[in-house]
Design a protein around this ligand. Sequence first.
Ligand code: ADP
Ligand code: 5GP
Length: 189
Amino acid sequence: MNPGRLVVFSAPSGAGKSSLISAVMPEIPRMRYSVSATTRKPRPGEIDGVHYFFLEREQFQAMIHAEEFAEWNEVHGNLYGTPRPFLDACTARGEHVVLDLDVFGKRNFDRLYPESLGILILPPSLAELEQRLRGRGTDSEEVIQVRLKNARSELAAAESGSFTYRLVNDDFATARAELLEILKKELLG
Ligand code: ADP
Ligand code: 5GP
């Protein structure tokens, strides 16, 4: 049995990464989602243990000290981290794992797992990114402003990042089809 691959998705917030991940995951066999821990408060509809493990800051810090994360980072003022045991258990069983990391978290992750596949999702423009963040309707104006400000540094950092693929999410159906093609080629041979 071939070991599973780790597939890391990164994007500035609002580019459409979560939508694309949800749209392609059912099409790829043996693919699991790595549920991150975060100190961010749940958005309406988000379920603990499904979208994230929602933790208090003290709980998160205890996990850092216990070295339970493959990587962690502070993003938009909240802590986010990837529990490590799940990754190793899945790949050993031949399952592929999808991870959703910010571009700086991806850099740290590469130190432990240099063989991971990196896919950067880009918005067609910053103006469109802003529209999508507003259209999503899940974040306050203050949060949207922080995410837009961070988008610039994330895009700059992504330029020098080690992503295997870069995908512009302009028309959703086209981006979904391109992503499926990449995943089938890389994971299904
Ligand atoms: P991310 O996970 O990157 O923060 P989301 O997947 O939550 O982004 O998408 C942000 C918003 O943009 C959502 O309301 C989503 O429905 C919308 N969206 C995603 N892709 C597209 C697209 N190609 N065209 C227009 N709107 C999109
Ligand atoms: P959101 O709050 O919109 O769900 O996610 C905000 C940002 O945190 C996104 O850029 C997402 O990729 C990133 N993120 C989510 N989980 C993790 C994680 O486990 N580690 C790191 N480094 N970033 C994460």
